[in-house]
Design a binder for this molecule. Structure first.
Ligand code: PRP
Ligand code: ZN
Length: 297
């Protein structure tokens, strides 16, 4: 059991693909801290929540040992370590966060003889994700050798160290630059919020609930638009059919204009100019679209 502590600690990647978006998410959840690139610890100025800036691969372990209670990490890292975890109290994946999308994929040299997954039988596959790769191979019923490399996996085939690789792909630029192409997706990944199995105090448990509530509110509000308009009452049904609305719009009467309505609708980010033009064609006026900054259901 970890020592008593009353401030929640959240671990995020110090630098790398998730670092910036992770801090931005914490800010959207209302945390204020001074930013400084070289520090490992950001003291929360307005809430009893501090941030540890660490290597992504260290995050599940820090949660498991009780150094922090929440972490933002790629599912790729989390899932790999969860498969290797021994003992109990491994942290739990609690929410997908909607950024840092990438995939762990099996890739082979361009112009080679390997055309399908079955061709991998008996070959060597280089990866930094031995657990996920081995599990996937088992599921596919393929016997192949997994070669563990901690970096520069993409050059392994050229160096003769492996016949194929299993590595993260985001834009695909790395594969392209190394004359490799994908054969199969092993895991779809994005940033996830992971949560320690135990907490050091009731105060921290409280902070976790509050923080997670704010994250959820941020996730549901993210990309939402509030559309406001006035229209002839007769056009209401057609307008409602057209809108990418998240819920039933609010419809209000207008004083002294019984044939008109005012409408407010919470819409998805896909609400665009074309929607507005079609709404105008249906007779809507005074159209206004606002980005939703915060939402609490
Ligand atoms: C991954 C992977 C590739 C690159 C793929 O490394 O190992 O090198 O990203 O991205 P792309 O498809 O956009 O080119 P990452 O940046 O996560 O660094 P790491 O392996 O050192 O953690
Ligand atoms: Zn890493």
């Amino acid at each position: 059991m970890s020592d008593h502590r009353d401030r929640l600690r959240v671990a995020v990647q110090k630098s790398g693909r998730l670092a910036q978006d992770s801090l931005a998410l914490l800010r959207r959840a209302g945390l204020a801290f001074r930013e400084s690139r070289d520090r490992l610890f950001l003291y929360g100025e307005n809430l009893p929540i501090d941030v540890l800036l660490v290597r992504d691969d260290d995050i599940p372990g820090l949660l498991q040992e009780g150094s922090c209670e929440l972490g933002i990490v790629g599912r790729n890292v989390y899932a790999e370590q969860a498969l290797a975890a021994t003992g109990d109290a491994f942290p739990l994946e609690s929410r997908a966060l909607g950024f840092g999308h990438c995939r762990l994929a099996l890739a082979v040299p361009d112009g080679g003889a390997l055309a399908s997954v079955a061709d991998l039988a008996g070959l060597r596959i280089a990866t930094s994700y031995p657990q996920l790769t081995a599990r996937w191979l088992r599921e596919q019923g393929i016997h192949a050798e997994v070669v563990l490399l901690n970096g520069s996996v993409e050059i392994a085939p050229r160096l003769g160290k492996a016949d194929a690789i299993c590595d993260l792909v985001s834009s695909g630029a790395t594969l392209l630059a190394n004359q490799l192409h994908e054969l199969a997706t092993v895991l779809r990944s994005e940033a996830v919020l992971v949560r320690a199995a135990q907490v050091p105090s009731a105060a921290v448990a409280n902070q976790i609930e509050r923080f997670c509530g704010r994250i959820d509110a941020g996730l549901s509000g993210h990309g939402a638009r509030l559309l406001m308009l006035q229209a002839p009452r007769s056009a209401l049904a057609a307008i409602e059919r057209l809108l990418p609305a998240r819920e039933q719009p609010s419809v209000l009467g207008l004083d002294g204009r019984p044939d008109d309505i005012a409408l407010q609708a919470l819409c998805d980010a896909q609400l665009d100019w074309q929607h507005l033009e079609e709404l105008k064609r249906l007779g809507a006026r005074a159209l206004m679209v606002l980005n939703v900054e915060r939402m609490l259901a």
